[in-house]
Design a protein. Structure first.
Length: 300
């Protein structure tokens, strides 16, 4: 059984504040009263019919109708292209797979208490089989954090990541905002709706889906005392030493989750060159036969 852990979640970054790391949790995304999940839909004309893709309307939307299928047992969400059950020509044309609207579906949690804090949102895309060949507009799927103005008239800050397979990590410094602003994090799926008639069931299933679970890092971890790094901070090099295990690999990430370095030393001690890195905080994922450990590195 995999050990589910937070990617970078065991660390507190040294910026004079602590950073909250929110890992995806299907129960939290479930609609009330189980959780705090919300759904929202923006609807646009589909340009395939000669229209200009104009805005139609926006509305709160049921999470299952987005379509976002939450499985609290498996702790996952499956995101799929939207499929309106209404057979009115406004939504779909008989005999045509692609519907007449572009659906901007949002499944999210709104937590305004995060205003004034620094936090991250992470998860693991375990499967992305979306195939949109032949559709007039390709599907766009992202994870997001957004800070809205108090009246929702504008987005004041945001961080996004495309839902490719693997771990996503979003970061938000909301310390300049207060409880008057609104903070949301979740998933966005944009693209054409699909004809809901039964004869298109197979074609719809062939379009695929995206499955998101909590972020995972390792099946085991070093004991804290088994790996040392010095000097830290450094302006030039870090020396990383394991007291008992051979270090097989080191992956260094910036605080946005971008990998900036990868080493395969296969030794108990290694020098990591920091001279080409920008000043700031980095995170090193160190792997051995025993497991992995993530440590904080500071470049000054």
């Amino acid at each position: 059984m995999r050990k589910i852990t937070l990617f970078l979640a065991l660390l507190t970054l040294s910026f004079g504040f602590s950073q909250t790391v929110i890992n995806f949790d299907a129960t939290a995304f479930s609609p009330d009263p189980t959780g705090n999940g919300l759904g929202f839909m923006n609807v646009f004309d589909n340009p395939k019919d000669g229209t200009i893709g104009g805005f139609q309307f926006e509305s709160g939307w049921g999470i299952p109708d987005l379509i976002a299928e939450l499985d609290t047992g498996a702790n996952s969400v499956t995101l799929k292209p939207n499929r309106i059950g209404d057979t009115n020509v406004y939504w779909q044309t008989d005999g045509v797979l692609e519907g007449n609207k572009i659906m901007d579906a949002n499944c999210f949690i709104q937590d305004d208490t995060l205003a004034g804090s620094v936090f991250s949102f992470t998860g693991e895309v375990t499967s992305n089989t979306i195939m949109d060949s032949g559709l007039s507009i390709p599907y766009t799927t992202i994870a997001f954090i957004k800070v809205f103005a108090s009246d929702f008239s504008s987005v004041l800050a945001e961080d996004t990541a495309v839902l490719n397979e693997g771990t996503f990590l979003l970061n938000m410094d909301a310390t300049s905002y207060n409880s008057g602003e609104h903070v949301q994090y979740g998933f966005q799926f944009i693209g054409p709706n699909i004809n809901s008639r039964p004869e298109f069931d197979t074609d719809y299933n062939n379009l695929g889906s995206i499955v998101v679970e909590p972020a995972l890092l390792s099946i085991d971890e070093f004991e804290t005392s088994e790996v040392n790094v010095y000097p830290n901070p450094t302006a030039s090099k870090w020396r990383i030493k394991s007291n008992s295990q051979t270090i097989n690999s080191i992956e260094v990430f910036d605080i946005l989750g971008k990998q900036v370095m990868q080493l395969e030393p296969n030794t108990t001690e290694v020098m990591v060159d920091a001279s080409e890195l920008n000043v700031g905080v980095y995170l090193a994922k160190i792997s051995s036969e025993k497991g992995t450990k993530t440590i904080k590195l500071v470049k000054n």
